[in-house]
Ligand binder design. Structure first.
Ligand code: SF4
Length: 382
């Protein structure tokens, strides 16, 4: 078990090195994907390795001159990596525009790395609009054609269905881990679960799935020891929160039992239909997502992230909520007041942690997390 988790951790810590090695080993294309809504299945079916581009830990230097300092760490880091030549391994980038800041990032990369093909597609952002399904099908059809043009070969529907099956299997295995963790049968820390999900955003699907199967066969199911405070993690879109912040929650007496993080349950929550027209299946997967795990970058009438969170926290048996918010993430900032108000109203302990790309003062944060855990413990006891 530890060996497999270490393999996941290595890939998660350095995704582009994995991509370079994979490319050297297979001679095939690597396609970078922007988070959070484009399916990797189409690039996979085209024979490429779809890699969701990750924020790295390197301080932002050359990228500083190209982007506003009030952009989120993800955007600033992606621009910095592009200017440092880190994306030379990529044969194309698949851009979406789910947030205004990403549009600026796409423009900078277009201007500064002109040799890198960019497939820019705008997914419909109002998911329950009358035109949403037609428009989404049009977008995925266009992406299909663009991938065929990039590879110079037709992309057969059967190949896409095979990729959908491979992705579904991978997601289902990770959901099994979530189920076991929620039920208290296995202990996977916040850091470990992040490594499982983040590596699946990068690794060859078949390879990752084989490792997951081995992990599930060998994982210790002796359950939780002691009496930790069960914690639900929410938020953090687009990029992974620093593992040290997740460690802190557990070092202070918490136990992460569930989440709706993008580098977590949000990424693997839904499958795509394996039969029928693949474009239609992928479009349903996209259009239905806010009914399952609401995303603040997509609009839907009556979509209440806070209502979803109240139910999800209750279902997981969590005794408190930690909201992880990337600094300057506007979509998340718009929704947070509603979440805070709902959790205050229901008397559920919650804590907001704003994360930064730059160094974070963990000592000061530790006091806040310890206080939160103590409040949640007393509340549960009462
Ligand atoms: S949604 Fe938030 S985290 Fe994602 S790119 Fe936009 S501002 Fe950054």
């Amino acid at each position: 078990m530890d060996g497999i988790l270490q393999q996941f951790a290595r890939v998660a810590a350095d995704p582009l090195t994995y991509a370079r090695d994979w490319k050297a080993r297979t001679g095939r294309r690597v396609i970078g994907l922007f988070p959070m809504h484009f399916p990797g299945e189409l690039a996979h079916a085209a024979g490429a390795l779809p890699v969701i581009l990750q924020q790295d830990d390197v301080p932002i230097t050359v990228g500083q001159s190209q982007v506003f300092s009030f952009y989120c760490g993800y955007n600033r880091s992606i621009i910095d990596q592009a200017l440092r030549g880190e994306f030379a391994v990529l044969d194309a980038i698949l851009f979406g525009d789910h947030c205004v800041q990403l549009l600026g990032t796409a423009d900078v990369i277009r201007a500064e790395v002109p040799g890198l093909p960019i497939l820019f597609n705008q997914l419909c952002s109002v998911l329950d609009a009358d035109w949403a399904m037609t428009q989404t099908q049009g977008t995925f059809t266009q992406l299909w054609r663009e991938l065929e043009a990039l590879t110079g070969a037709p992309l057969p529907p059967d190949a896409v269905r095979d990729s959908i099956r491979a992705f579904n299997r991978n997601r289902a295995l990770i959901r099994q881990l979530y189920d076991l963790r929620r039920a208290g049968k296995v202990v996977l820390t916040g850091r470990q679960m992040q490594m499982v999900v983040k590596s699946s955003m990068v690794m060859d699907k078949a390879e990752h799935t084989t490792l997951l199967e081995q992990l599930l066969a060998t994982i210790d199911q002796s359950g939780v020891r002691g009496n930790p405070v069960r914690v639900f993690l929410s938020g953090h879109l687009c990029h992974a929160p620093r593992p040290e912040v997740l460690d802190l929650v557990e070092d202070c007496g918490g136990l992460v039992v569930d989440d709706d993080l993008y580098h977590g349950f949000r990424f693997i929550h839904a499958d795509v239909a394996e039969t029928g027209d693949p474009v239609e299946a992928l479009s349903h997967w996209y259009i239905d997502r806010n009914h399952k795990v609401p995303c603040p970058t997509r609009a839907i009438k009556g979509m209440d992230w806070e209502d979803y969170l109240l139910k999800a926290v209750d279902r997981s048996g969590a005794q408190g909520l930690v909201v992880l918010m990337a600094k300057f993430c506007e979509p998340h900032m718009y929704f947070y007041p509603e979440i805070k108000e709902a959790f205050d109203r229901h008397g559920i302990p919650h804590l907001l942690i704003e994360t930064e790309h730059e160094e974070m003062p963990l000592e000061a944060l530790k006091t806040r997390v310890e206080t939160f855990i103590e409040i949640a413990r007393r509340k549960a006891a009462a």
